[in-house]
Design a binder for this molecule. Structure first.
Ligand code: IPE
Ligand code: IPE
Ligand code: MG
Ligand code: MG
Length: 286
């Protein structure tokens, strides 16, 4: 399983690298900035799409472009998230943040370019028919808009220090993080022609595991070391773990993790890969 994840990661790294080639010297620095942030990372969302495809025996080739697309959107979100007027983080994926290297102006444009490229990758994907492109395009674009990342980031930045409660932090984690997991699951479900019950199971798993993943990230903000985590740890920022306390957070993590795995029951043994994947996601704090 670890091997399979490594193989997927390599495939995605190469495909993204190829996609971000540019031959126009005028915009060389813009592409460099985009490629800088599109490189690296654990490729969790891509791996999730590919493993969810296994539930429906989808051939791997059909999933590579959508998996790249979600990683491009994710990379765009990380550039934005680190900007001085957002989280003001200097370190990402073990390297200086995009704006530290390329400047805030270029970073913002690279982020927009990556969002657009993510959409383009699926809308141009010759492996998908036009109906699949339309459905996947819709799922992907809504994942980073007013019903996804933009909404979650907005509340994260603007509201939570004013009146924090459980429901607000839940909204933030669902929108800023679980939304991309949900899109990943839904994309696999679309390509795999999931029936209603299967689509619902994937939705439940995605939302719960996405939420659990953000709890892990919040735990690392509280107890992680920058050197190990590879990004600025935001010890002074409010988050789920600070709201409920570390012990409660661990209980919630178990609860969401167990619920996520339960949602996979209808897939029987075909979901073994995804179960291992969900285990891997929470392992960093075990
Ligand atoms: C970081 O996500 C942002 C969050 C939603 C917590 P990852 O931990 O998946 O980041 P990379 O892609 O591996 O760098
Ligand atoms: C996670 O936000 C969601 C996005 C990056 C869009 P965080 O601010 O919690 O993530 P990290 O810890 O900087 O990766
Ligand atoms: Mg943030
Ligand atoms: Mg951040």
């Amino acid at each position: 399983m670890k091997e399979r994840m490594q193989t997927i990661k390599k495939l995605i790294d190469e495909a993204i690298d190829k996609r971000l080639q540019n031959d126009n010297p005028l915009i060389e620095a813009l592409y460099k900035s985009a490629a800088y942030s599109a490189a690296g990372g654990k490729r969790i969302r891509a791996i999730y799409i590919m493993l969810a495809g296994d539930l429906f025996d989808v051939p791997q080739e059909k999933l590579i472009n959508p998996a790249c697309a979600i990683e491009l959107v994710h990379a765009a979100s990380l550039i934005m998230d680190d900007l001085p007027y957002m989280d003001d983080s200097q370190l990402r994926r073990g390297k200086p943040a995009n704006h530290v290297v390329f400047g805030q102006d270029v970073a913002l444009l690279a982020s927009i370019g990556l969002l657009s490229e993510g959409m383009q990758v699926v809308l141009d994907d010759a492996q998908l028919n036009s109906d699949e492109r339309l459905q996947i395009g819709s799922v992907l674009s809504s994942s980073f808009g007013f019903n996804g990342l933009a909404a979650g980031q907005f509340v994260d930045l603007k509201l939570k220090d004013k009146h924090v409660d459980f429901d607000i932090i839940k909204f933030i984690n669902q929108k800023k993080t679980a939304a991309l997991f949900l899109a990943s699951g839904q994309i696999a479900a679309i390509i795999g022609h999931a029936d209603e019950a299967q689509a619902k199971a994937i939705k439940d798993f995605s939302e719960d595991i996405g939420f659990a993943f953000q709890i892990v990230d919040d735990m690392l903000d509280v107890m992680g070391e920058e050197k190990v985590v590879g990004k600025t740890v935001a010890q002074d920022k409010m988050n789920f773990v600070k709201l409920v306390g570390m012990d409660q957070a661990k209980k919630y993590l178990d609860e969401y993790h167990q619920r996520a795995e339960k949602a996979l029951e209808i897939f029987g043994g075909k979901a073994d890969g995804l179960k291992e994947f969900s285990q891997y996601l929470i392992e960093r704090v075990r």
